[in-house]
Design a protein around this ligand. Structure first.
Ligand code: SF4
Length: 246
């Protein structure tokens, strides 16, 4: 852990999530922090919090062009309901899409490369000018996320995971207390929602993210590498050689 991360961890230890976000947005990283949101199953919590703190906080939404229509509709619904004024929908470059995935099926043969040009590269571009970004990751989602810290360094920026310690019952209670609409796919068995080809429903005894890249070693898209740089369930998947996907 770097000195900067140690300092942040010490400075904000013990704060409630809302208090932490307020400090980060107004004091620690004014105009230099963005929320990266999937507008997925639990996304409304952080979106609601920043709407009450500073609704003009930049929100980066990765539209991979492979998302469920329900997610796009949900995004528009939340933006309107919460009064968010700077939601940026980020997409892969058309030339990358045409050159790397002209038939739209790269996910089936090279999912890491697909995630790299649809998610990793667009996020890298969108984060230019920001010193820090906020994620909605939580410890209970799967094994890979069970030991994450609240503050990390990632590619020279501070990455903040303010919801890590939240439990499913707290998530549900927050939605209820603030009359937040659920993502429509949650009721259909999707507690974690990504791209259509790489997301499936889960059973009650599975991790919430078990339906992501089901049957593959892959567990993360590359914007969230594990501590050792891997993005796999149990075995290492090599990054695409020519593109360096993690
Ligand atoms: S989640 Fe699947 S479809 Fe979406 S970018 Fe990654 S590999 Fe491609």
């Amino acid at each position: 852990m770097t000195d900067a991360i140690n300092l942040l961890s010490d400075r904000y230890r013990g704060l409630e999530t809302g208090e932490l976000l307020e400090e980060l947005i107004h004091a620690e990283f004014p105009r230099r922090v963005a929320l990266v949101s999937s507008f997925g199953a639990d996304a409304a919590i952080l979106l609601h919090m920043i709407s009450t703190i500073a609704p003009a906080t930049p929100v980066l939404f990765l539209d991979t062009k492979k998302l469920f229509g329900e997610t796009l509709t949900y995004r528009d619904q939340l933006v309107k309901q919460l009064g968010l004024t700077d939601v940026r929908s980020i997409s892969p470059l058309p030339e990358n899409e045409a050159g790397l995935d002209p038939n739209g099926v790269l996910w089936a043969s090279e999912p890491n490369r697909c995630c790299y040009f649809r998610k990793v590269l667009p996020l890298q571009r969108a984060l230019e000018g920001f010193d820090a970004w906020i994620t909605g990751r939580k410890h209970y989602q799967n094994e890979d996320r069970a030991n994450l810290p609240i503050f990390e360094m990632a590619d020279g920026r501070v990455k903040i995971n303010p919801l890590l310690g939240w439990r499913p019952d707290q998530v549900a209670a927050y939605y209820k207390a603030h009359s937040l609409p659920p993502h429509p796919l949650v009721a259909r068995g999707y507690p974690s929602i990504g791209c259509i080809p790489c997301t499936s429903p889960v059973t009650a005894d599975e991790d919430p993210r078990a339906g992501r890249w089901r049957g593959q070693a892959k567990t993360e898209c590359g914007i969230h590498l594990s501590a050792d740089g891997q993005i796999t369930r149990s075995v290492t998947v090599q990054a695409p050689r020519t593109m360096g996907c993690g």
